[in-house]
Design a protein around this ligand. Structure first.
Ligand code: NI
Length: 156
């Protein structure tokens, strides 16, 4: 597995829609492993394939409860509302307030293409929405209320 280069706001690949993954291949397995490595290395809670320059519907998330891999994720239900600080590994050093659903139900496939449903609340719901948006070329900066602000880099 390897660390991949994280693409940053302004790069065209972040504005494109991703393709469905029709079946698991070695190439996609390697992508998933690299995305997890890259996400952990960067200290993020989520990463979407376009952020490493790949237009496939693949997302990795870990809010501290272990890794979640979502292939071809789809939000089935959303309800409630939460407003909170959000950031993105593709927009380093910045954050801003975004309102998201407080609850989502997501259907996706894991790295073995086994279908599963995930019910998520609060931070996990936010992460699901943020990462799934990336797969449609959407960035949180377009949803920020009151503008982006600078954040201190995390202590190593
Ligand atoms: Ni992001």
């Amino acid at each position: 597995m390897a660390i991949r280069k994280i693409r940053e706001l302004g790069e065209e690949v972040l504005t494109k829609s991703c393709k469905e993954v029709p079946k698991m291949t070695l190439r996609t397995r390697i992508l998933i492993g690299d995305m997890l490595d890259t996400m952990y290395e960067a200290g993020g809670v989520g990463l979407a394939a376009p952020q490493v320059g790949v237009l496939k519907k693949v997302v990795t998330i870990d809010i501290g409860d272990g890794p979640i891999v979502m292939v071809n994720p789809e939000i089935l239900e959303a309800s409630g509302e939460q407003s909170g600080e959000e950031g993105c590994l593709s927009v380093p050093g910045k954050a801003g307030v975004v309102t998201r659903p407080n609850y989502v139900k997501v259907r996706a496939f894991d790295e073995n293409m086994e279908e599963f449903e995930l019910e998520a609340e609060e931070l996990l719901a936010r992460a699901c929405c943020h990462e799934i948006d990336h797969l449609e070329g959407k960035m949180y900066v377009d949803l920020v209320e009151g503008g982006l602000h600078d954040v201190e880099p995390e202590e190593e």
